[in-house]
Design a protein around this ligand. Structure first.
Ligand code: UDP
Ligand code: MG
Length: 152
């Protein structure tokens, strides 16, 4: 079977501190996506600067770096049909003030500087981010026994 789409989701330090990890994982599991990688780590500035390389010139970049290195993050790779776009919708608008209720950001956050979760924004972005955060050997190909209840 051809490899299906994957995306990178991270619970940011505010989400870990607020003990939201379980609830956030539950949403993606419940939706029907498959967890293929998971780890908790204290992120280095080097990794973050690569992760957020497109934002280097933004005025909020120094505070973003400070926030993202303020404590551990839980980073995951999820797999499934249209997972990149579906997870972006589930995560909600970057600014929680504009995020719809029912989204992670819309349910758990109020300010753009503490928006609880990261989700890759495109297929190319997801591939780049997954390679940055995970080694290939740490991503598992496993058969989910619910597969035929989720897909045709
Ligand atoms: N961010 C911020 N202030 C802003 C815009 C973004 O602090 O005005 C932070 C926020 O944590 C956001 C991250 O920078 O999630 C990355 O920004 P991006 O535009 O990529 O949003 P995302 O893809 O996370 O929705
Ligand atoms: Mg982004």
């Amino acid at each position: 079977m051809a490899q299906v789409e994957r995306t990178l989701i991270a619970v940011k330090p505010d989400g870990v501190q607020r003990r939201l990890v379980g609830q956030i994982i539950q949403r993606f599991e419940q939706r029907g996506f498959k967890l293929v990688g998971l780890k908790m780590l204290q992120v280095s500035e080097d990794l973050l600067s690569q992760h957020y390389c497109e934002l280097r010139k933004k005025p909020f970049y120094p505070s973003l770096l400070h926030y993202m290195t303020s404590g551990p993050v839980v980073v995951m790779v999820w797999e499934g049909h249209n997972v990149v776009q579906s997870c972006r919708v589930m995560v909600g608008h970057t600014n929680p003030a504009q995020a719809q209720a029912g989204t992670v950001r819309g349910d758990f956050s109020v300010h753009v500087s503490r928006n609880v979760v990261h989700a890759s924004d495109s297929l190319e972005g997801a591939q780049r981010e997954i390679q940055l955060w995970f080694q290939g050997k740490d991503l598992l190909n496993w058969d989910c026994c619910h597969h035929t209840s989720t897909y045709e």
